[in-house]
Structures are given as C-alpha cells and as structure tokens.
Design a binder for this molecule. Structure first.
Ligand code: ARG
Length: 588
C-alpha cells in the first residue's frame, strides 16, 4: 500500500501546482508538534526564497486548494509558513481496513527486489558461543527478516570462524592426550573412525585449556601453529579431526542459535573460502593489483579523500599464509559465483570497521565484486555490564550465552509461577518467550552502533520500554479478542470505524504509520526504529484501553469498530516483533 506520507504529498503537489508553485516543495512529513497537527509540510518556507514571497502567502494559497481533499480533514497555514495537516477520520479508518485485508498489513514491497546476503553470527568453532556473539546474531537476524518483509531474497550466512589457530590448539591437545589415535599416525592409510574422539563437553574443556597452556609454553604454541599450518595445507589426519570438530560444534551451535530464534540458510565458514584463494591471488598478482611490501603481498586501498590512514589490504603474510582479509575476499569470490548478490551486509563489533573498509575497497578495485554491488558494514557497540565494562559473569569470566539465557528464563519462570496467570504446563514455554523478548528487545532498542548496558532487571520488567511490556500489550489484546468471541461474536468481517475520541484517533494514526516505519528501518538497517515505534503504538493502545470501555460498549457497531481496531493493532505489533525475531505467548 502507498504510504500515507506519499498519498498526502500527492495532494499537496496538486495544491502547490494549482497555486502556481513547483511540486518539489510539496514534501510531507510526520508532525514534530503532535499537539498542533498530525502531518506537516514546510515547503512554503523553502519556496519563499525562489518566489521572493512571504512564506505565509504561499502556504495560504496552497491550503485554499486542499479544501476538497478526501484524506485531509483540515489544513492550516501557520506563521511563518507551516502547513499543518490533520487527516480525515474516514480516510484513516479506510486505510486501516485496507491494512487488515493485506497479509503484509500494507508494507509496500520493493518494485525491484534484491538478492541480499547477510553475514552474521560469526561464531568461532571450538570456542564457546559467548555474549560477544549475541549482538551479531540478534541484530543480523532482524536485518534479515526486515529485508524479507520488504520483498527481497535474503540469504543468511553464519560465516563461522572455523579455520584458525584454535583448530591447531585442539589438535595439539588431543594428540597430547591420545597419541595412539590414527589421526596422528603418519603411516596410517585406512579409513578414519566415523565417531568423534571427543564429546561437545570435552571439546569445550579442551580449547580454553589448550589456549591458556600455549600462552606460557612456547614449544606447545609452536606445535599448535605447526598443526594449524598442516591442517590448512591438507594433512589427512588433521583434516579428519577438523571434520569431527566441525560436526560436533555445528550441531551444538545450531541448538544455541535455535534457542535464540536465529536461523541461517548457509552454514559456511572461513574454511569454505580456502579453495578460492590460490586463483584469486594469482589474478591479483597477474593484473598488477597486488605487490610485495616487506615480503608480504598487499593491495593498496587508500584514497585521496581519506582523513585517517587506511593501510593496504594484506593478501599473504611473508610466510605465505592467508589472513582474515584474504578469507573475506575469497568468500566474496564464492558469493559472486553462487549467488551474485546485489548487496552483502556484514555484522560485527564496530572495532572491525577498518578491516571491512579495506576488504570492500579491495573487492571493488580489483573487480572481485561487480561495481554495482553494495557492500555494507553494520558495526555494533559493546554490551556492557552495569559497571560500564564489557559484560562478565559474577565471578568475572566470559558469560556463556546459554547460561545467560537460562538465568533470565529461570527468573521469568519464578515470576510467572508467583503471578499464577499462566497454566502450569505453559509456564516453561512462556518463560522462554518472555526471556527471549527481554534480551532481544533490550539489545535491539538501542541504536546498533552504540554501547549499551545489559541490565537484566530493567529488560525483564513488564513495564516501561521493554520487550515484556510489548508482549504484555499483545497478550492484553489477545485476551480481549478471545472474550469477545466467547460472548458469541465472530472476529471476521469487522471494520474499523472513523474515530470518535482523541485517544482512538491517536491509536489509529500510530497503527497507520506501520509501512513508513518498516521502510525506513529497512533502508537505514535500523531495527531500533521498529522498537521505538512499537513502544509508541503499545502506549497509544494502552491509553485507548484505559479511556474506553471496549467490551462494555453498548452500541454494537461502535464495539465492532473497536474490535477491528484491536485486530489491526495486534497484527502490526505481531509483524513487528516477528521482524525483531521474537514472539508473544497467549497469556502472561
Ligand atoms: N568470526 C569473526 C569473529 O568472531 C566474525 C566473522 C564476521 N564475518 C566476516 N565475514 N568477517 O570476530
């Protein structure tokens, strides 16, 4: 559906034209003085210079032409030259009714949908998934979903860190503990066992142990580096161990991401890029893009307009080893080959920004991706504890994602048990849903690039700007709709009526903004705009709910209209939280 701002802009273009002014001045925005009007146009002020006229004269002439507009109830010229607009009540009601009819509730799908790859999650295999990876998963999942609602083909790729030193460490430690395994017998030519020589529990213990040990034991570290080198260069036994590590870790990661309602289409990683490296390097050399600098192979990527130094993109270290830059470039080679994306969006901690600047420039300059491909980086800030320092467990360790969620779930379980609003057998599931909403909304409601304080107490509150408050509002609506049905009514075929009261109109106006908000959040990669919107919408609903007797309304037609309005509100809220990656329970 066409957005209200565009419908209004069309009316204003007409009116500007009729008054003898250029249409370009007819831009309409939401009002920034909601006490005075609902929408506004400031074009008369912009036009004043060009026409050498007082802005108020232009505004008055335009307003005179808006008298017959079907979507405008009143348009007023206000000094120095604002045009203040209030929407026609029937127009708004019709707009909401059309939203109810549509599956996507009025989202204006893109005329030219794109193929977009979202590179997020980024877990490092063999290392436990910790809160540092939480943000990438949560924000990335939302970006992916918003993109899909806009009509794009969006492919989520977890892009695992599965090729580094941590693998060499695990192999070295395993060899130390079980040297008799066939993987370490250089003469072994048979088939390796299909069963892994460790469980996920053991694997989780091996890595941190080995990593700490290597820090104080030079010999051990050398061995681990050598094992990494051999693995990367095709050592048969190490490859087999690597496969075991991968199978076990990926199964565990799928479970963990699943608990977060995060799903990937592709489970690729750094290892998948390796086969593209040799040809890519050859080409960069042959075509003169890469040159040797102090033994390392690099591509210059600095630009004249740079205000900070952008060092060259490192393609190979002096010992010939590939690096993070290399892998990301080779991954783009693969992505071009299989998906030819119009856009690739990367989500990592914002401290990786320079790396992506280098990779993007290098990929464009050397033609690894086509000129028109949009490479975008969404860098996020740190999740801090209440002390303002990066979030840690109570005893100062790195908090494992699993435990963090479990903790909050247990708190919610307790709260629900005390409240006694949810049936016994529903409590566990509901506690999970609320905990997830608390964590995700707590994260997503902040602008991604900013650091934020992970405040469990605040995030789990049923009041205020929180996930649980949004769920609570949806549950409240669901319960009214259920009661309405229990009273022998149907929810089908109801229509929203033109608003009678101020709070009713305010709620309707808020709901009608849905498609504008989503479009903006999509363009700006800004899920926090959706959070801010549903908080406003939930507040508008709750105000209406407290002022109006919905089920107690005696006039059946009016009551039907209210119920229809609740249906739209619920639909909008539910679509929004789906885009944020969580869902509402039946009761709470
Ligand atoms: N594994 C990396 C990390 O933990 C994140 C990977 C992000 N994606 C990418 N294409 N570089 O920092």
């Amino acid at each position: 559906m066409e957005k209200i701002v565009s419908l209004l802009a069309k009316e204003l273009e007409e009116a500007f034209g009729q008054a003898g002014y250029e249409k370009e001045y007819a831009k309409v925005t939401l009002s920034n003085r909601p006490d005075l009007c609902e929408y506004q146009c400031n074009g008369a002020m912009a036009g004043a210079k060009a026409y050498k006229k007082a802005p108020i004269m232009i505004a008055e002439a335009v307003v005179a032409n808006l008298k017959d507009s079907a979507c405008i109830e009143s348009a007023e010229a206000v000094k120095p030259g604002f045009i203040n607009i209030r929407l026609d009540k029937k127009f708004v009601a019709d707009y909401l009714n059309a939203m109810l009819e549509e599956e996507a509730c009025g989202i204006e799908k893109l005329e030219n949908p794109k193929t977009i790859i979202v590179d997020y999650g980024g877990a490092n295999v063999a290392k436990p998934l910790h809160v540092g990876h939480l943000r990438s998963a949560i924000i990335g999942e939302s970006i992916k979903r918003i993109g899909r609602y806009m009509g794009n083909k969006v492919i989520g790729d977890v892009h695992l860190g599965d090729w580094g030193y941590q693998m060499g460490l695990v192999i070295t430690e395993l060899k130390k503990r079980q040297p008799e395994l066939p993987y370490f017998d250089e003469a072994f030519e048979g088939e390796y066992p299909s069963e892994a020589p460790f469980t996920i529990g053991e694997l989780e213990e091996i890595y941190p142990m080995a990593s700490a040990y290597a820090k104080d034991h030079e010999e051990y570290k050398k061995e681990a580096l050598q094992a990494t080198y051999l693995l990367q260069n095709g050592h048969r036994g190490y490859r087999a161990v690597w496969k075991h590590i991968m199978n076990i870790s990926v199964a565990d990661l799928k479970k963990n991401y699943g608990n977060l309602n995060v799903e990937f289409d592709l489970w690729k990683g750094e290892a998948d890029a390796q086969e593209y490296i040799p040809d890519m390097v050859e080409r960069l050399k042959a075509e003169g893009y890469a040159h040797y600098d102090d033994g390392a192979l690099v591509v210059d990527v600095k630009e004249e307009s740079d205000t900070k130094e952008v060092p060259p993109c490192m393609i190979l270290k002096s010992d010939g080893a590939a690096l993070y830059d290399t892998t990301d470039l080779a991954t783009l080679v693969e992505r071009e080959k299989f998906y030819a994306p119009d856009e690739v969006i990367y989500l990592t901690d914002k401290r990786q920004e320079l790396h992506f600047v280098q990779v993007f420039r290098c990929a464009k300059k050397t033609g690894i991706v086509r000129e028109e491909v949009a490479l975008r980086f969404l860098g996020f800030g740190t999740m801090n504890g209440k002390d303002g320092k990066p979030f840690k467990t109570r005893d100062g360790g790195v908090m494992r994602l699993e435990y963090l969620l479990k903790d909050i779930e247990e708190q919610m379980y307790q709260k629900l048990s005390d409240n006694r609003t949810v049936a016994e057998e529903e409590i566990a599931k509901t506690a999970k849903q609320i905990a997830l909403a608390a964590v995700k909304y707590g994260d997503l409601s902040n602008q991604a690039s900013k650091d934020y304080v992970f405040d469990v107490e605040r995030f789990t509150s049923f009041e205020g700007n929180t996930g649980p408050y949004i769920l609570y509002t949806i549950v409240r609506i669901k319960s009214i709709l259920a009661k309405y049905e229990e009273m022998g009514n149907t929810l089908e075929g109801l229509e929203v009526n033109p608003a009678n009261t101020e709070s009713e109109k305010a709620l309707m106006l808020e709901a009608a903004k849905f498609n504008s908000v989503i479009e903006f959040a999509y363009e700006e990669l800004a899920p926090h705009k959706i959070c801010a919107y549903i908080y406003d919408l939930a507040n508008a609903f709750n105000r209406f709910y407290h002022e109006v007797k919905i089920l107690g309304e005696e006039d059946t037609d009016v009551k039907k209209g209210y119920i229809a309005l609740l249906k739209v509100t619920k639909k909008v809220l539910e679509l929004c939280i789906d885009m944020l990656g969580f869902e509402a329970p039946e009761r709470m």
